[in-house]
Design a protein around this ligand. Sequence first.
Ligand SMILES: Nc1ncnc2c1ncn2[C@@H]1O[C@H](COP(=O)(O)OP(=O)(O)OP(=O)(O)O)[C@@H](O)[C@H]1O
Ligand SMILES: [Mg+2]
Length: 289
Amino acid sequence: MTEQAPQSRAAGVSVETLLEALPYIREFHGRTVVIKYGGAAMLDEGLRDDFAADVVLLKYVGLNPVIVHGGGPEISRYMERLGLEVKFHEGLRVSDAETVEVAKMVLVGKLNSEIVQRLNRRGQPAVGLAGEDGSLFEVAPVDNADKVGFVGTVQRVDVDVLNHIAADYIPVIASSASDRSGQSYNVNADEAAGKVAAALGAYKAIFLTDVEGWLVDTGDTGSLISRASVGEVEEQLPGIDGGMRPKLQACVDAIQGGAQSAHIIDGRKPHSLLLELFTDAGIGTMVTP
Ligand SMILES: Nc1ncnc2c1ncn2[C@@H]1O[C@H](COP(=O)(O)OP(=O)(O)OP(=O)(O)O)[C@@H](O)[C@H]1O
Ligand SMILES: [Mg+2]
């Protein structure tokens, strides 16, 4: 009796969880979900595996996941190893020619390839691509290029290549791009994800990061804002610092492109993606139209 109790309780929990997930699985079937995988949420080996397992499960149950990833902490780590100065201005990495080169090597050569390999190993073949592939991103220098250097803003997303790939594979996009002259740019991965979501007409955009969500007050000690409208976000945007600013702007872009909701969730929590998509409670910050 005493030995059986925990087992049956565990079984009860998993059946309830499955039943809770069913209406969501039905709602999301065939829908495109853009998932921004933040560098900060990629640091732990166990979490990286959980993330791959979650994305593969989404594909199996009929969603169309598209991944856009950053690599902030890893890029900074390599820059430091090479003796380059790491600096940010309003959430954007200050990027001289050398920084852009290192960022691209880390993003495309290392992180993108690692994510693709993990998905492949889990049985869902993935295809990695950067902004240049299939002319995915057309970029122009950002307005404050005098302060941040070679940081590009995405002017246009050509979804043709994504639609071709997504028919059979999971697209995994590294946020780097070049202009027509061949100059490379750093592109903030949140911005890229928001624009990809808008261009694809994604149903949802989900941003995994290293905090619970959008917090009142700056930094990570404030309390969580669990729900906000696009209007409320736009009102607050000028006062928001650091990496949260491009993320919230990207939520606005995704929704203005037709997404039903955009979510900022804690990628440090195991299986946060599944919790957000398939449970009634949801987690993190939800931005709505
Ligand atoms: N109001 C706020 N609420 C929550 N986080 C905030 C806020 N203001 C600034 N931040 C900072 O934003 C950070 C998240 O953005 P950051 O760019 O560092 O990571 P990321 O976007 O997940 O990863 P990557 O940049 O590698 O793609 C948090 O760790 C936090 O320090
Ligand atoms: Mg960021």
